[in-house]
Design a protein around this ligand. Structure first.
Ligand code: ZN
Length: 743
């Protein structure tokens, strides 16, 4: 390792005069070792994409979003000036104000738009809009179409979602509220009347519905309309569901634009890869992606929940506006909607929002006692949002820097029931998280790619595509993947990938059988006790294969929980040792120690490499954390990508890395997940990570002007030689952003 002085000496010629060092930097640099640049396998980055020219829609310039979700009691207790002053002090450019639909916050004349009991004919909404506008904040009119009261139900029984027995469906927390059906005239008549009324009375900038469409599941309604639709949970239902969403979305959007052409409608979304509306279609329609992933819950405990959502947004929005809501209040079960959550947790969620290319949006519920009984959340949010304001240019992203595409498989996420009786959400959730975890631990630069966007234009930028049990693929999608491989792309896939078409109709063999050189030999075999192993064929010779790098002293490796058995192939690298009894231990030995059933199938054709695992390896890694599977996944991803990197970040610790093209140049974001609370509970604090070295190869003619560390507030020393940019981030607390300005 070189120390800083030796480093300066060896690379002084490469350091431009513009790279300055402050006294503070020198102190930090002296303390931190500055290892040699690791340029192994670095590919030259593509030319920067051109900046957007012409008129930019106003929402594209929004960088901070604010919301105090309003309660029925707020008109009696909220200090409107205090509310507006606080949000203005955060630098927020737009604020949500509640119109609702469940309770009117203004003297609405729309039938069944019940006035809150503390409203007393006051125009609370109007006062809030005026206070926000006075402070130059734009206003989102927030509505909730999902619930209404008994008088509306009595007059319009057709508005309710119904159970199989015909009974109305009610809110589980407030039984006086019934659930409205999105296929009913409630959405066509009642909601449109509210939008018209608000537009006629107030100066709002856009309209938003909370509570609709559903975020991560499909409705199950048996009303007169829905009972004529295909059964919920089927591909046919999903199409009808999507058609209805788009019909209503376009209707509301047209109404919003009646007053101001630059107004628009948008709705509550989120759900990550498991979102309910077809995200490919939605991405083309939506002017604003509202990611309602407010915080971690017991069921969804991985710390990267927000940044994963960000990857979904960048896969479908093509650079259009996306914001993720961070709850300042407590998320989880039980939750406290009027109490602050741990500041470290809230801040990490905001960090992830920025790192993954979304706009931070901070949110609290209710304003008791003027402006909240618990005010601790206010400093957390203000400090963060004010800090971002200093660096808006570096957070405005143009395109991600990534060479791996992970196919999202939204249909599979929503409609595939898993190979056994487990509900789909858990099965595919575990699969998704297993691969995500492995990618983070390998510090790979990856994007999500939607299954409906597999066109060559989209795929060309990726060295490899990963297919984590994308069970449902249409013939056309299979052909697109086949074309990608023919054109030199590499693919890793496995288990039930392509075993079903887009309607969940099973195929006799994999749709991608020819691409991977695999053929199904039978039905899924699960684990009853001891899971299967992968035997290393010809140990010694085979261990020189890059897939087996790092494995020694063993003839077999952990396999996976389930597998689709394959027909034999020539010269398999790994073969299946079938599972056997785990208890009693007397019987825990393999009755059949050697088979010719492949445990991985590899192919190489020109630049293209393909790897197929018969087992559900990604999910099994999530369930077990077994190091064999992690190593095998890492080795395989490295092999299919020819060990090519677009950005290298080397150092200790568990981090998530993002790299973006920005207006000034590039931004490398490092999120420090090295924390006992990374997979459960909330962060209580952060644990400082030591030096992280970053290496990138910039396009021809690009010159580096500076590298700033935005969290530390310092300039980083860098070297730039033969287009290779190298610098060290001396330490990372919870988050660091290396902002690279180029000329
Ligand atoms: Zn219905």
């Amino acid at each position: 390792m070189l120390n800083r002085r030796a480093f300066l000496k060896t690379s002084a010629a490469a350091i431009p005069a513009t790279a300055t060092l402050s006294a503070l930097d020198l102190a930090a640099e002296d303390a931190a070792p500055n290892p040699k640049p690791n340029a192994a396998g670095l590919a030259t980055l593509p030319e920067h994409i051109a900046p957007v020219t012409g008129a930019v829609p106003w929402q594209q310039k929004i960088r901070r979003v604010a919301q105090s979700n309003m309660t029925e009691h707020d008109p009696a207790v909220m200090n409107v000036d205090e509310w507006a002053d606080y949000w203005h002090s955060t630098g927020a450019q737009i604020i949500f104000v509640s119109v609702t639909g469940i309770l009117a916050f203004y003297p609405s004349k729309v039938p069944f738009h019940r006035h809150g009991k503390y409203l007393k004919d006051r125009d609370f909404f109007g006062e809030c809009v005026a206070a926000a506008k006075k402070r130059n904040m734009r206003v989102v009119a927030r509505m909730s179409p999902d619930l209404n009261w008994g008088d509306a139900l009595a007059a319009h029984p057709e508005w309710a979602m119904r159970n199989k027995d015909g009974g109305a469906q009610y809110s589980t927390e407030e039984p006086r509220l019934f659930k409205t059906c999105m296929f009913s005239t409630y959405m066509d008549d009642y909601m449109t009347a509210i939008i018209r009324e608000v537009n006629s009375l107030y100066d709002v900038d856009c309209f938003y519905t909370n509570g609709w469409p559903p975020i991560g599941s499909l409705p199950d309604c048996h009303c007169a309309i829905c009972s004529k639709l295909p059964p919920t949970g089927t591909a046919e239902y999903w199409r009808v569901f999507n058609d209805r969403i788009f019909e209503l979305w376009q209707k509301y959007d047209a109404l919003a634009k009646e007053k101001k052409p630059d107004s628009f409608f948008f709705a509550n979304l989120g759900g990550g890869v498991h979102g309910s509306p077809n995200l490919d279609r939605l991405g083309k329609l939506a002017a604003w992606y509202q990611a309602d992933n407010q915080g971690r819950t017991y069921d969804d405990a991985a710390v990267w929940g927000c940044s994963q959502q960000g990857r979904v947004c960048s896969a479908i929005m093509n650079g259009k506006f996306a914001a993720n809501v961070t709850a300042a209040y407590s998320t989880g079960t039980p939750g406290w909607r009027n109490a602050s959550k741990n500041p470290a947790e809230a801040t990490m969620w905001l960090n992830e929002t920025l790192a993954s290319g979304m706009v931070p949006y901070y949110h609290f519920v209710g304003s008791e006692n003027g402006f909240c009984e618990d005010r601790r959340w206010q400093k957390t949010g203000r400090d963060f949002l004010r800090w971002t304001e200093k660096h808006d240019a570096h957070f405005t992203t143009r395109r991600s820097v990534a060479n791996i595409g992970v196919v999202m498989g939204q249909s599979t996420q929503l409609l595939y029931p898993g190979p056994g009786l487990k509900p789909a959400r858990r099965y595919m959730h575990e699969t998704t998280q297993g691969l995500y975890d492995a990618l983070l631990r390998g510090r790979f630069a990856f994007d999500y790619v939607h299954e409906d966007r597999l066109d060559p234009e989209q795929l060309r930028r990726y060295r490899a595509l990963l297919l984590p049990n994308i069970a449902m693929l249409s013939d056309r999608q299979c052909q697109q993947i086949r074309d990608y491989v023919k054109a030199g792309g590499s693919v890793m896939g496995g288990f039930e990938t392509s075993l079903y078409d887009e309607n969940m109709k099973p195929r006799a063999d994999f749709g991608l059988a020819d691409v991977f050189g695999v053929s199904r030999a039978g039905d899924v075999i699960g684990t009853n006790g001891n899971a299967y192993y992968a035997r290393i064929e010809k140990p010694g010779a085979a261990q020189k294969h890059p897939l087996l790098e790092g494995f020694a002293d063993t003839n077999w490796l952990a396999g996976a929980q389930n597998r689709v058995p394959l027909k034999p192939v020539d010269d398999p690298l790994l073969t299946v040792v079938p599972g056997f009894v785990r208890y009693p231990p007397e019987l825990a030995y393999p009755p059949q120690s050697h088979t010719n059933e492949p445990a991985v199938v590899l192919r190489e054709m020109g630049a293209s490499r393909t790897a197929w695992f018969p087992g559900d390896v990604e999910r099994t890694f999530w369930l077990t954390g077994h190091g064999d599977i992690l190593r095998l996944l890492h080795n395989t991803i490295r092999w299919v990508t020819h060990d090519e990197r677009v950005v290298r970040v080397d150092g200790e610790g568990f981090i998530e890395m993002f790299c973006w093209e920005t207006d000034p140049g590039y931004a490398v974001h490092l999120l420090n997940y090295t924390n006992p609370d990374a997979q459960h509970g909330w962060l209580q604090g952060s644990f400082r990570l030591g030096p992280q070295t970053v290496a990138m190869k910039l396009p021809e003619r690009v010159r580096v002007k500076s590298v700033e560390l935005l969290k530390a507030g310092t300039a980083a020393q860098f070297s730039f030689d033969n287009q290779l940019l190298h610098f060290t981030v001396p330490h990372v607390d919870d988050y660091e952003v290396a902002a690279i300005s180029v000329a």
